[in-house]
Design a protein around this ligand. Structure first.
Ligand code: ZN
Length: 233
């Protein structure tokens, strides 16, 4: 009787620890991305669904402030896949953007992809853990649209330049850079997304764009904006 009691005293905590460890494995992953984030990345093709304000559950994601990525996440294959899919998504003919932020594909992490019009070849580049450290220069009105705000455009006051910093995923060191003009506008727009802010919150005025509405209607008729089951809540 005593022996059995000793066995139970040892076996129950061991069993509980085992259940907790298995539970952690199911909710997380070796890359540090959550199971849901990995499903969003892996259960879709190279081009990801883009969240829109007209959908209530998408809108919740778009209004949620984003979390930083850990060093483990930045070094993972999952992050490289994430970067490639962000680049492919913003360049898809039915999206045709100049920038995209992670919450626009349903992932609340501080990552953006920006087309660098100030660099040769105008490449799309990905910036993890990005922050705008300071803004400078005159305020001018820029005409903006957003992949997550269908059919609209707006006039938005933006500063002429920005000092940005982000983590280099190769060296894991912080990099600081100064950007100006249209590139600075894109960085300001995309970084706002990471804080749950949309350009319509800052716009002096917003107007209906017949051209973008017609384009969206055309691609919609071809089935390009169907929400995947992984994002249906
Ligand atoms: Zn946007």
């Amino acid at each position: 009787m005593k022996k059995q009691n000793t066995f139970l005293r040892l076996a129950v905590p061991v069993l509980l620890c085992g259940i907790i460890v298995v539970g952690c494995r199911l909710s997380g992953s070796r890359s540090g991305f959550t199971r849901e984030e990995r499903r969003i990345l892996f259960e879709q093709d190279s081009i990801l669904y883009v969240t829109v304000v007209t959908d209530p559950s998408d809108s919740l994601i778009l209004r949620t402030p984003c979390a930083d990525l850990s060093d483990k996440m930045l070094k993972s294959k999952d992050f490289r896949l994430f970067s490639e899919k962000l680049k492919a998504t913003v360049q898809a003919p039915w999206e045709d953007g100049v920038g995209i932020a992670a919450p626009q594909v349903g992932i609340s992490r501080r990552v953006i992809c920006v087309q660098r019009f100030d660099k040769e070849g105008e490449p799309f580049e990905v910036y993890p853990n990005i922050r705008i450290d300071s803004l400078f220069g005159a305020v001018t009105l820029s005409t903006e649209g957003c992949l997550s705000v269908p059919d609209l455009r707006g006039y938005v006051p933006r500063r002429e330049g920005a000092v940005i910093s982000y983590t280099d995923p190769e060296t894991l060191t912080r990099v600081s850079e100064t950007v100006r003009d249209f590139t600075a506008v894109i960085f300001q727009h995309e970084c706002d997304h990471l804080d749950g802010i949309l350009y319509t919150d800052r716009a002096d005025s917003v107007f209906f764009s017949e051209r973008s509405a017609a384009e969206r209607m055309y691609y919609d008729s071809l089935g390009y904006y169907v929400k995947p089951s992984v994002l249906i809540r």
